[in-house]
Write a protein that binds this ligand. Structure first.
Ligand code: SF4
Ligand code: SF4
Length: 336
């Protein structure tokens, strides 16, 4: 049976394709499932979704893919989406840190970025020639609505797609969150705000952004050149990681005047964020003193706040300037 709804554009193979670029913890995998379910069960398309991610639950790159086609068409492709019609970047830091998240963008692509920065600035960052660009502060909205950034981005995706039925997506969100009814209201509000508050513009290719053929991304390590046995040949390679995109709007604030240097935060933190130096504590006793947090390694899990026996660590809404001002670099990692 043919689908009543029509896809606005497809590749020659008949697919409308979506790619989500994220970091473990921001909910791209679940967003893919919800969007695909809305398209297939709610609107009658044929569709598929799958993700690729690492072993860690949080902090490692995640790519989620969704394909839609007419209900009569069989899906016999399970390859990653290289040239997406809709590209969703779950955190602008993924672009700033130089990860290849925008490869395959063409004048047919609409790019959505979760960011607090203005659209024009993001366009420069992405180097977008033509096509659509949308920005939305998904983390800010998620904090206000006590939801997750992925439902805000689902709202933005629904509007930017131009064909997804908001009610079908709302229904799929309700199905997914059926186990957690308390969370549903906030997430539906977040979805609606993502839909409404997405700032979306279409661009023709201008001289300042001349069109280029879309690059085909070649992974530096693949099946042709990976070391035998998957060996890690550069140990210690996570020292320069920046886990900023793993956070979903909250960070620990550190108040040194209330710290008793008992090290509970240090034992609890999974990413060695706390910086210690030999010194003298408030009572004049010599020992290791907690100097603060290197926020580059902090994924915002807030376990340290729970573990702290005093109020030296407190949960706060993330602010970019605060993070820059209060990061205490780990020894030898002074450059930001
Ligand atoms: S929130 Fe606390 S425990 Fe979690 S990564 Fe950041 S500093 Fe470490
Ligand atoms: S757990 Fe709290 S009091 Fe103890 S060292 Fe860490 S910040 Fe200081």
């Amino acid at each position: 049976m043919a689908t009543k709804e029509k896809l606005p554009k497809t590749h020659d193979n008949g697919f409308y394709e979506i790619r989500m670029e994220s970091i473990g913890g921001l909910g791209a995998n679940v967003a893919g499932k919800i969007f695909a379910e809305a398209g297939v069960l709610g609107m009658g398309f044929n569709g598929v979704t799958f993700s690729s991610y690492g072993a860690e639950k949080k902090g490692s790159p995640v790519k989620t893919f969704v394909r839609f086609c007419d209900a009569r068409q069989a899906i016999r492709i399970a390859a990653p989406v290289e040239f997406p019609h809709l590209l969703v970047v779950f955190h602008d830091t993924l672009i700033a840190t130089g990860m290849a998240v925008t490869h395959g963008v063409t004048h047919e692509t609409t790019v959505i970025v979760n960011t607090r920065h203005p659209l024009a600035q993001v366009r420069e960052q992405v180097g977008l020639c033509g096509g659509g660009l949308g920005v939305v502060d998904a983390i800010g909205i998620a904090v206000e609505e006590k939801s997750r950034p992925n439902t805000v981005l689902l709202g933005a995706m629904t509007r930017a797609s131009g064909f997804m039925d908001p009610d079908a997506v709302r229904k799929a969100i309700a199905t997914e969150l059926g186990k957690y009814p308390k969370m549903l209201k906030g997430n539906l509000r977040a979805f609606d705000r993502g839909y409404r508050e997405l700032e979306l513009e279409e661009f023709a290719c201008g001289l300042e952004h001349p069109p280029e053929p879309p690059p085909r991304y070649v992974s530096p390590l693949g099946y042709e050149n990976a070391p035998m046995g998957g060996a890690v040949v550069n140990p210690g390679n996570t020292a320069f990681r920046d886990l900023t995109p793993s956070r979903i709007g909250y960070i620990p604030h550190f108040f040194p005047e209330e710290c008793i240097n008992d090290g509970h935060c240090e034992y609890t933190c999974p990413d060695y964020c706390f910086v210690w130096e030999p010194g003298v504590d408030r009572k004049g006793k010599k020992g290791m003193v907690n100097k603060g947090i290197d926020y580059r390694y902090c994924k915002g899990c807030l376990r340290c706040v729970e573990a702290c026996p005093t109020t030296a660590l407190r949960t706060a809404v993330e602010d970019e300037e605060y993070v820059k001002e209060h990061t205490v670099p780990q020894l030898g990692r002074e450059e930001w």
